[in-house]
Write a protein that binds this ligand. Sequence first.
Ligand SMILES: *Cc1c(COP(=O)(O)O)cnc(C)c1O
Length: 398
Amino acid sequence: MTLTPELEQLAYGAPNYAPLPVVIAEAEGAWVTDVDGRRYLDALSGYSALNFGHRHPALISAVEAQLHRVTLTSRAFTHDQFDDFCRELAELCGMEMVLPMNTGAEGVETAIKVARRWGYTVKGVPDGRARIITFAENFHGRTTTIVGFSTDQTAREGFGPFTRGFTTVPYADADALAAAIDEDTVAVLIEPVQGEAGVVVPPDGYLTRVREICDHAGVLMIADEIQSGLGRTGRTFAVDHEGVVPDMFILGKALGGGILPVSAVVSRRDILGVLTPGSHGSTFGGNPLACAVAREVIALLETGEYQRNAARMGDRLAQGLAQLPASQVAAVRVRGLWAGLDIRDRTARSVCERLLELGVLAKDTHGSTIRIGPPLTVTADEVDLLIDRLTAALATAG
Ligand SMILES: *Cc1c(COP(=O)(O)O)cnc(C)c1O
């Protein structure tokens, strides 16, 4: 590969990513501009971190206003954004308590710790035996504990030894889940739609079954909605499609408005209340700037406008994707404004490279799948343009 001068500079960055060859200088809404002034439609949205598009004016104003007040206190003290943020997020989720962290992986780690402590102190699991069920093809982040229960060899190889206490079962197989649960099981950690796996949508009724199985066994249902939540699927949460209420939500990505890393575990009092001062924490978690931006994210979602547009534009996207030639596309999965396309006969990467030349940013996952997730603010014309460019890229990619 020949590197442009801009890309050459990236050689100082550790090689844990293989970015597409574009160097972004500016962005607004659903569009980014590269260092040469070329514009691209952003059909990835930072893996749902940019659900409201780049630099949404209301989010920028909220951050700017807070920058002039106070940005960080640590949790040694409290600040005037904290209680409002927790209450507003709890209300959005129909829950009672919020524990803010920064990255998604920290949110997942937090949920694991809370579920284990709940298991020991409430459920009565003997010390050291708590077990959490996870699913094949899951993606929950990159810490050593989390990659330990990944089924993706690339994510695990060379990083052991791993944390014990996790059992993996096939996704979308309720009987396998029920069979794996025993008296030491404290939680089921599930993505209501598996994003990284290629936008894998479980069959209707599956999440309801998971809820029933958890209720029956006295096990917490933890919904990792870091990528699927906050409007992406056309509803506030992906579990809303089945009217399922988990015991814990893990949120991240879009919660920070594409500006700051903000994550949270949102749950009930009887669950998050198992924590005691000093048992968990984060220097930056729940900082004033993060709370200010997240409060504006919550306010945007409370209008329902973004969920509605995601549902409408998602239908349009689904119709467009259904027209792509079956000779080139083996399968299409769509939930709201989120789609996975399985490409035949060539790598998804080669199609993404062609899309880039045609002015659209999208990213491959697992070799043969393209993930499409434009900002929830996308217009009908932009969806049509995306379909048009996808059609062209499929017709011409190497
Ligand atoms: C991105 C993601 C994470 C990890 O979030 P980070 O902020 O990258 O740590 C966890 N779970 C899901 C479902 C995700 O999509």
